[in-house]
Ligand binder design. Sequence first.
Ligand code: PEP
Ligand code: MN
Length: 339
Amino acid sequence: MIIEMKKGASEAEVNAVVQKAKSLGLEVQLNRGTDKTVVALLGSHTGQLPIDHFAVLAGVDKVTRIMMPYKLSSREVKPQNTIVEVGDLAIGGNRVIVMAGPCAVESEKQLMEAARHVKAAGASILRGGAFKPRTSPFSFQGLEEAGLALLERVRKQVGIPVITEVVDPHEVGIVSKAADILQVGSRNMQNFTLLTSIGKSQWPVVLKRGFSCTITEWLTAADYILAEGNVNVILCERGIRTFEDSTRFSLDISAIPVVKRASHLPVIVDPSHAAGHHDLVPALAKAAVAAGADGLLIEVHPNPAEALVDGLQSLNPKEFATLMDELRLVAKAIGREIQ
Ligand code: PEP
Ligand code: MN
């Protein structure tokens, strides 16, 4: 249930609403906007509560039931866009943020070269997986802790923030030390123990869409992180499984405007895992920016032919630099900018 307070409602009036909700055993989340305060009431029995119990209280403007299963990620609870701050970067603002780098951290040389190239071309954040959740147990699983150490070293030497994946709820702490943003992979979107652990950490997180999950399931998964008080959630569309097999996955471009309408959270797009082939990545990346994505997550390898993982879909440094030039034009055409 959502309770919108009147403009200028007093602190005492807001408190009275909160106390009433708590006395009914409900959990409360307050969103103090510049204009007015919105009180979200959460609990399994809010559906049975009469609206009048709250509508009669002083300072209350409007009471509505949230009809969707997702609540904290919905625009009903928070009408204004969330901006996730990472250092001096703002994800969800006017600037489109590009995160780029190899699928997996392979060596210091590989990561250093990738970081230098992507930074020079205008990427703001370096990507690289140290823990790789692979479909087969016989595929390269990542350098794990040694990979995190390399990420820390390169982040410092090159001066670029880092995003990397976390797969185990007990490793959120150690991964957060090496990363400015945590990544939850598509296969873990509904790993609720992991989401809760990240929620408690308060660390910025990119939540990738499960490749067989609906937008409703995705936003409901985001609620697990938000429910722990971590508001730094960024959503990432990375392609879904359809009958079409000419690409690795089908990039759901419609997810961008649909999520923007339904949710206040920033949305970025990973064209690499959707495309599965480097030739297709630029078109998908440009389409994503044109459709309103707040950022991109792109695989770039200094030498894709020798990549241990996902070489076919990785851009080489030259291809990435060309794409960045094109993306600047697309962003400009829709009144946004990229570094
Ligand atoms: C990745 O970005 O490294 C990755 C494994 O992607 P996804 O979880 O979307 O498959
Ligand atoms: Mn990959």
